[in-house]
Design a protein. Structure first.
Length: 463
C-alpha cells in the first residue's frame, strides 16, 4: 500500500496529455494486498491483471519502488514543502487549540517498530495509557500515523479495536494514505521510530523523539541509520512529559535529513516529468509541471468519552485548570470528576461532579438546553454542573442544594452571570454571534438550576 500510494504523487505529471492512456497494475507479490483494489478504484483508471500487464505493449512502466536514481528526488517531500504555509489550517482541522502542542505518534510496520508485533519490545501499547495520564489534555493533542501495512495487514477495524480506549481518551487516527503529511506539517513534536515518517519530520525541522531505535535492519552507512544514532531516544521508564518538553526545548534542526531526502527540493515535478517523457520519446507538454496540493483534511475535533479528572488551583489572580484521565500522584489542587454522557460505564455518571455532552442547542432529540440539563440533574442528583456544547455555543447548568450557604452561592453566581451578560450585550455586533443569555432559575423541589449560554472560549475548561 505504501509503494502504491507513491504512484498517486506522480499522476498529475501526465494531466492534460491526450496522447497518453494510463493503466495500473499490481504484481500481487506483497502480502499486504488489503486496500489495493479500493485504491485503484479511487484512481478511476483501468486495472490490468499482472499477467496481462507484462504482455501488453507498454511504452513506459513506472514502478512504485526500486526506481533507480529516482529515489534522489521526492515528490512526496515537495508536496509537504508546498503545504507548509497551511500548517495552521491543518492544525485547526485536527482540533488543535492555541497554546496546545500536537504530538504525533508514528510507527513503521517492522516488528521492531514503535507498534511492533506485541512482544516485549512493543512500546506503543504501554505508552498509550500513560499519555492520557501524564499529558494534560488541554496542553497536548495526540494523533497517530501508522504505516499503511499496519492498517491493511491487520485490518482497519482491528486497529480501531486495539486502540479503542486511546481514541475515547482523545487520540485521533490519521488516514495512512491521504492525511499523514498534513498531520506531520501540523505537528509540534513526533514520537516515532526508525521509519521514513520520522526522517521526513526531521527533514522538515520538527523535533523527533525515538521510541524505537533498532538499527539491526538498517544499513549503518545510510543517512537514516546516522539519524537514528544521533536522535534523542525515549526512556520508557522515565516521565513522558519531561522528556517531550526537553526534546522540544533542546531541539535544533539538523541539515542532513533535508539534504538527503531530496537533492532538488521543490523541483521533483519538473525533473521527473522530463525523465518520463525522455523515456517515452515524445516532447513534454508546454504547460508548467505542477504537483497536486495537499488537501485540507476533514475537521476532527477531539471527542473524549472517558472520565476526566480536572484539577483547579489559584495562582495569584488566575485559576489554573488541568485535566487528565487519572489524578497524578504529584498533582495538587481541588479535583472534580467530569463524565461524558456517552461513557462506556453506565455507573460513572452517578459519581460525576460534571456531566458533558456535545450537541447543538436546537437538537430535537435532547429538547431545549434547559430540558436536557433538568433531565440530567434529575437523574444524577450529585452532579453539580452540566455542560451542553457545540462549536459555536456552550451552555452550562449549575445545580446546588437550596439550604443556607449553598443558596447564597446560587445568588452570588446568579449576580456574576448577569453582570457578564450586561457587559457582553454592550459589545459590537460582530462579537455577538453567541452572546450570553440572561440566566434563568428553574425551581424544582429543593434544588435550583442556573442555566446560561457562553461562548465556547468562556467555558473551555468547564469539563
Amino acid at each position: 500500500m505504501t509503494s502504491a500510494s507513491r504512484v498517486l504523487d506522480v499522476l498529475p505529471l501526465f494531466h492534460d496529455d491526450l496522447r497518453l492512456q494510463l493503466l495500473v497494475t499490481s504484481t500481487g507479490s506483497s502480502p499486504f494486498q488489503s486496500g489495493i483494489q479500493e485504491l485503484f478504484s479511487a484512481m478511476g483508471l483501468p486495472v490490468l491483471p499482472w499477467k496481462e500487464a507484462i504482455a501488453a505493449p507498454i511504452d513506459l512502466a513506472i514502478s512504485a519502488s526500486f526506481g533507480g536514481e529516482l529515489h534522489n528526488i521526492s515528490p512526496c517531500y515537495d508536496r509537504m514543502l508546498a503545504g507548509r504555509p497551511y500548517r495552521q489550517r491543518f492544525r485547526r482541522a485536527l482540533g488543535v487549540r492555541r497554546g496546545q502542542r500536537l504530538l504525533v505518534l508514528n510507527s513503521t510496520w517492522n516488528t521492531e517498530g514503535f507498534f511492533g508485533n506485541g512482544g516485549s519490545r512493543d512500546l506503543l501499547p504501554s505508552i498509550l495509557p500513560r499519555l492520557g495520564t501524564e499529558l494534560p489534555v488541554d496542553e497536548y493533542r495526540i494523533a497517530a500515523v501508522l504505516h499503511p501495512n499496519i492498517w491493511h495487514g491487520h485490518g482497519p477495524g482491528q486497529i480501531r479495536a486495539w486502540l479503542d480506549r486511546a481514541q475515547r481518551n482523545g487520540l485521533v487516527l490519521i488516514d495512512p494514505l491521504h492525511g499523514w503529511r498534513q498531520a506531520l506539517l501540523a505537528a509540534d513534536i513526533v514520537l516515532g521510530d526508525f521509519g521514513a515518517v520520522s526522517y521526513y519530520a526531521a527533514a522538515l525541522g520538527i523535533p523527533v523523539l525515538l521510541a524505537a531505535a533498532d538499527q539491526e535492519r538498517l544499513d549503518p552507512e545510510t543517512p537514516l541509520a546516522e539519524f537514528v544514532r544521533s536522535a534523542p531516544q525515549l526512556d520508557a521508564h522515565a516521565p513522558l512529559r519531561d522528556q517531550l518538553d526537553r526534546t522540544f526545548a533542546e531541539h535544533r534542526a539538523l541539515p542532513d535529513p533535508a539534504r538527503f531526502v531530496s537533492s532538488a527540493p521543490g523541483e521533483s515535478a519538473a525533473l521527473l516529468r522530463h525523465n518520463f517523457y525522455a523515456l517515452l520519446g515524445i516532447p513534454e507538454p508546454p504547460a508548467p509541471t505542477l504537483l497536486e496540493p495537499l488537501p485540507l483534511p476533514p475537521y476532527e475535533p477531539p471527542r473524549r468519552t472517558t472520565p476526566m479528572r480536572a484539577r483547579t488551583s489559584v495562582r495569584g489572580r488566575r485559576v489554573h485548570v488541568e485535566r487528565s484521565t487519572v489524578h497524578p500522584y504529584t498533582a495538587d489542587g481541588e479535583t472534580h470528576l467530569a463524565v461524558h454522557e456517552d461513557t462506556r460505564d453506565p455507573g460513572e455518571p452517578a459519581a460525576a461532579d460534571v456531566i458533558v455532552r456535545e450537541g447543538p442547542p436546537d437538537d430535537p432529540r435532547l429538547g431545549s438546553p434547559a430540558t436536557w440539563a433538568t433531565e440530567v440533574m434529575d437523574q444524577y442528583p450529585y452532579c453539580a454542573l452540566a455542560r451542553l456544547g457545540s462549536r459555536r455555543t456552550c451552555r452550562l447548568a449549575i445545580q446546588l442544594l437550596d439550604d443556607g450557604s449553598a443558596a447564597s452561592e446560587v445568588t452570588r453566581r446568579g449576580r456574576h452571570s448577569r453582570a457578564r451578560t450586561q457587559r457582553t450585550r454592550r459589545t459590537s455586533a460582530s462579537q455577538q454571534q453567541s452572546p450570553l443569555e440572561v440566566p434563568t432559575l428553574i425551581g424544582r423541589d429543593q434544588r435550583a438550576h442556573l442555566t446560561a449560554q457562553f461562548r465556547p472560549a468562556d467555558c473551555i475548561h468547564a469539563a
